[in-house]
Unconditional design. Structure first.
Length: 360
């Protein structure tokens, strides 16, 4: 059959590379079309398409060029059905503005990409159980192999969350270890290190600017602060509550500036510590001469605060990596349905903490 006859049947052909006959670019190019244009077998096209090894570089480039010329896109749905997996991890979270959530999400996306997986994000607009149930349902419809939830335990009602049986779940930043596999920072250990640092400097007690009541991380840090002071024989001062924002830290700082016996403050995160520093400065309380301040998170800007902020470093990259590692391990080999993996914290001492006046 000549070229004219081929055209009349609806399949246009032209002379390809190295004399091979090939299909001109159409929107319905098939794997067989790519194989003909590249002069290779369909099996070789499949191996290149799926990123498998065992194809020499010249052949790989030849196949990729043919794909580009024809506008061929592999059928990911068909490949997923054949493999029994979609190579996609769903992530459910809310409050994308917080440092911890954003950095954990970034680490999850990076680690997933390194493993050849895509990430589908479903942000929860309002942190309620109904919204979370809806997000889990939508992820089930979007064909994911696993789910990572970055949220508090009170939003994870296991009785009402429904996913296909093959979908694995790992939770970050929660105390849901009795129901799910959890990866989290050692919140308590970091808070204890902060309090001990200030007591070791000679401060008689440590005030605490806490995060919101509904936050698991905030509660763990508050409990550890209280326990560390009690174990050291010190009386915990009244708790001051914030909402993670610098503005709430500023408001708390205006209050604490009037507490003349306040010489040391442990803020539950760096953003609140930033607002606290500003308020104390405006009220004439020098840092660290009059008041020592320590934060939690070690955000990238912490070393540029005035003075540079002593803080507890959280390894968000490791949390994200372990979340991905956990769901992939459970997908491939099985594993425990619940339990908690803690990532250690590290105290980073900078210029915002010092012995109380008269003790230096």
């Amino acid at each position: 059959m000549d070229t004219a006859d081929s055209a009349s049947t609806g399949t246009e052909r032209s002379r390809g590379r190295k004399g091979k006959r090939a299909v001109r670019r159409t929107q319905t190019a098939s794997m067989a079309d790519v194989a003909r244009l590249a002069g290779v077998s369909s099996q070789t096209v499949s191996r290149v398409s799926n990123g498998y090894a065992g194809v020499n570089e010249e052949t790989r480039e030849q196949v990729l060029a043919a794909m580009k010329e024809l506008g061929y896109r592999p059928n990911s749905a068909a490949r997923a059905l054949k493999r029994g997996e979609f190579r996609t991890i769903g992530v459910i979270t809310f409050n994308l503005s917080t440092t911890g959530n954003m950095r954990t999400l970034e680490a999850i996306a990076t680690s997933a990409a390194q493993e050849g997986y895509a990430v589908t994000l479903l942000p929860v607009a309002v942190p309620t159980q109904d919204e979370v149930r809806g997000a889990f349902s939508r992820l089930g419809e979007l064909a994911v192999d696993a789910v990572i939830a970055i949220m508090e335990v009170h939003l994870l009602d296991a009785a009402t969350i429904s996913l296909p049986p093959h979908v694995q779940v790992v939770v970050a930043d929660s105390d849901a270890g009795d129901r799910y596999a959890v990866v989290d920072t050692d919140q308590a250990g970091g808070a204890r290190a902060a309090v001990r640092h200030l007591l070791d400097l000679g401060h008689s007690t440590v005030w605490h600017l806490a995060g919101p009541e509904e936050s698991f991380a905030a509660q763990r840090r508050t409990d550890a602060w209280h326990a560390a002071l009690t174990e050291a024989g010190r009386v915990p001062p009244p708790l001051v509550r914030g909402d993670w924002s610098a503005e709430s830290g500023y408001r708390a700082g205006l209050r604490l500036a009037d507490e003349r016996d306040c010489t040391a403050v442990f803020a539950a995160n760096d953003q609140m510590a930033l607002g606290l520093l500003r308020a104390l400065h405006e009220r004439g309380r020098k840092i660290p001469d009059d008041v020592s301040v320590i934060g939690f998170d070690d955000i990238p800007e912490a070393g540029s605060f005035l003075p540079p902020l002593t803080t507890v470093h959280q390894d968000f990259a490791e949390v994200g990596r372990l979340c991905v590692e956990g769901v992939l391990r459970r997908m491939r080999h099985g594993g425990p349905e619940h339990g908690t993996t803690l990532v250690p914290t590290k105290l980073v001492v900078r210029g915002s903490t010092a012995p109380p006046a008269g003790d230096a």
